[in-house]
Design a protein around this ligand. Structure first.
Ligand code: SF4
Length: 405
């Protein structure tokens, strides 16, 4: 499926989910509830799984959180990773709770005997650990050695931790070297991928709220994925974690790295020819489809003059014209509906196609009639607007008046 070569890594399993090797790239996110709140956390985990999250991380920062994990793990639809900072005992408690993975930050659990104690326990339980290096919490000794947060310092931090793990014969490992600075993070992962064949978890840490956070995370993660680097990803957004899962899933689908799960909504950017408020119709359609598992490409186009042709690859689409919506399937006009029913019709047709296939959907209507109606509206719009859809002629007269004065 991908059009670029993926770098080969060792494969590990987080619960039943494979990471690395030829396994599909997975999406991760993190709950923002208190882990001790078992029902609230499970509710969020279910929402994340529905949005495309494959593996979820929960903080394990206190005994109550570890106790919560013991109850969450057996009821979770996806594997749970416990996030550990500072207190290595919390890692041991999380393993006792039955988590399918741990994340350790080498910047804040630094005593070798603690690191090795956790790795030995994880080895005995066959539980993988992510070495989660974070630019912002780098080991001060490495900061001093490298004169700041550099890709080299981050890679060295990860490799030091890996060496401790190897001392106790533990190799169920994945690594991340996240930073909030995109070029720094990209370079750190590049260097890391040269240094080891351990599977890599990609992320731009503290990317911030969308849309800027989405742009930053996408810039870093997709640059690396297109170079074949990365086995699992997380968007760290200051937003509902469901947004993170959705973004991760959508990125992988857009890059052809995962099968489409939900609707891929495409829409024209609108222009002077638009017969309808494309932004409004597209947003309403997006909401109507939500996280429903209809893996089709659906198009919302502003005019019947160019819409059906420009979106002829879409499984189902609708184009506006003369207060009507023209539905088309794989570029063929199939039906005409009132402008106010465009979104409902789109959903109904998508559901039918998903269930019965495009051919069956086309067979149930008179396509010749739909095409005649579309041709009629197209001709009228061309007549009305001709080549001057933006009223350029009137504007030019106005511009000239202003320039002359
Ligand atoms: S489909 Fe029509 S309205 Fe949309 S950008 Fe193309 S020409 Fe403009």
């Amino acid at each position: 499926m991908p059009m670029f070569e993926r770098r080969q890594t060792r494969q590990i399993f987080v619960g039943k989910v494979p990471v690395g090797g030829n396994a599909p790239i997975t999406v991760q996110s993190m709950t923002i509830t208190k882990t001790a709140d078992v029902e609230g956390t499970l509710q969020q985990i279910y929402a994340l799984a529905a949005a495309g999250c494959d593996i979820v991380r929960c903080t394990c920062n206190e005994a109550e959180a570890a106790e919560g994990l013991a109850q969450i793990v057996p009821r979770s639809p996806i594997p749970i990773i416990a996030d550990i900072h500072h207190q290595y005992r919390m890692a041991l408690a999380a393993l006792e709770a039955g988590v399918q993975g741990l994340r350790l930050n080498p910047g804040n659990i630094r005593r070798p005997e603690h690191i090795k104690a956790v790795a030995a326990e994880a080895r005995d339980r066959n539980v993988p650990i992510r070495i989660g290096v974070n630019g912002g919490s780098l080991d001060p000794a490495l900061y001093t050695k490298w004169g700041g947060i550099t890709p080299e310092a981050m890679v060295e931090s990860a490799m030091q931790e890996l060496a401790y793990f190897q001392e106790v014969d533990f190799d169920l490992v994945k690594i991340s070297v996240k930073a909030s600075n995109v070029p720094l993070m990209v370079e750190a992962y590049r260097q890391l991928s040269e240094a080891t064949n351990v599977p890599l978890h990609l992320g731009v840490t503290e990317a911030g709220p969308p849309p800027a956070g989405l742009v930053k995370a996408t810039a870093g993660i997709s640059t690396l994925l297109l170079e074949g680097i990365g086995d699992t990803i997380r968007y760290s957004l200051t937003a509902d974690p469901v947004e993170e899962a959705r973004a991760g899933r959508q990125l992988l689908e857009a890059l052809g790295l995962r099968e489409r799960k939900n609707v891929d909504l495409i829409a024209c950017p609108s222009c002077g020819r638009a017969e309808v408020d494309v932004i409004d119709v597209a947003n309403r359609a997006m909401k109507a489809f939500g996280d429903r598992e209809i893996p089709l490409q659906v198009a919302v186009m502003g005019c019947v003059v160019n819409g059906p042709g420009e979106a002829r690859e879409a499984d189902i689409g609708i184009a506006a014209g003369n207060k009507r919506g023209h539905l088309f399937v794989k570029g063929r006009n199939v039906a005409v509906v009132a402008e106010s029913e465009m979104v409902e019709a789109l959903v109904e047709w998508a559901e039918y196609i998903h269930e019965h296939g495009a051919e069956a959907a086309i067979a149930r209507v008179d396509t010749a009639l739909a095409e005649r109606e579309a041709a009629k509206d197209r001709a009228q719009l061309l007549d009305d607007k001709g080549n001057d859809a933006n009223h350029a002629h009137d504007k030019i007269i106005e511009i000239r008046k202003r320039v002359e004065h």
